[in-house]
Write a protein that binds this ligand. Structure first.
Ligand code: GSH
Length: 216
């Protein structure tokens, strides 16, 4: 299968998809979209023709295009079920999705580039205020995830059960963003232990921003 990932090295949403592709052992071609250069390559007409939202990641597959990292990961899960990112019973899968969505819906959108640009531009906030905003929303999410990991982790090394799931795929990139905002992770020891383990897993390590061809 010919897979093309529209990506940016520092995009945590693209980082999720890179991890999922690696976990499933699917080779892909990277097409970098620089989010800052020249007003943002994600906002140029050629990319908007593919993704009207003007966001990365996007996945091309045999002439088709899919946006939204969760939709992409679930698509990969459906066309390539092994190893499963949504294992177990319907209840297990719902709990895993809920943890992934706690990042994807309730943390990440508040801290996205265009939101930060709006806070700085239209709302006139300085860097300190934007960093405060970023840390606040990540903390709200991590406080809850810390408790969910306590309930659902089977081994202290994964968010749910004892294997890599979609919850792990979404957590690690969000921790990358947290570190960029210099958020202290010590209030979330279980979450930090899970991430420490996952960062040693080759599929995660190869997907990290600094390992990408477009890394600066
Ligand atoms: N919900 C989307 C979020 C995608 C997203 O916000 N991507 C960011 C990078 S992490 C982006 O392209 N930002 C560009 C911008 O804000 O202009 C997903 O999960 O794919």
């Amino acid at each position: 299968m010919a897979l093309t990932l529209y990506t940016y090295w520092r995009s945590s949403a693209a980082f999720r998809v890179r991890i999922a592709l690696n976990v499933k052992g699917l080779p892909y071609e990277s097409v970098p979209k620089h989010l800052l250069r020249d007003g943002g390559e994600q906002r140029k007409a050629d990319y908007l023709a593919l993704n009207p939202q003007g966001l990365v990641p996007g996945l091309g597959h045999d002439g088709a295009f899919i946006s939204q990292s969760l939709a992409i990961c679930e698509y990969l899960e459906e066309i390539h079920p092994q190893p499963p990112l949504l294992p177990g019973s319907a209840l297990d899968r719902a709990k895993i999705r809920a943890m992934a969505l706690a990042v994807a819906c309730d943390v990440h959108p508040l801290n996205n580039l265009r939101v930060q640009q709006y806070l700085r531009g239209e709302l006139g906030q300085d860097d300190a205020a934007v960093t405060r905003w970023t840390r606040y929303w990540i903390d709200r999410g991590f406080v809850a995830l810390e408790q969910l990991i306590a309930r659902h982790s089977g081994d202290g090394r994964h968010c749910h059960g004892s294997s890599v799931t979609l919850a792990d795929v979404f957590l690690v990139p969000q921790v990358y963003n947290a570190r960029r905002a210099q958020l202290d992770l010590s209030p979330y020891p279980r979450l930090a232990a899970v991430v420490q383990h996952l960062e040693s897993v080759p599929a995660f390590a190869a997907a990290r921003p600094e390992a990408q061809p477009d890394a600066e």
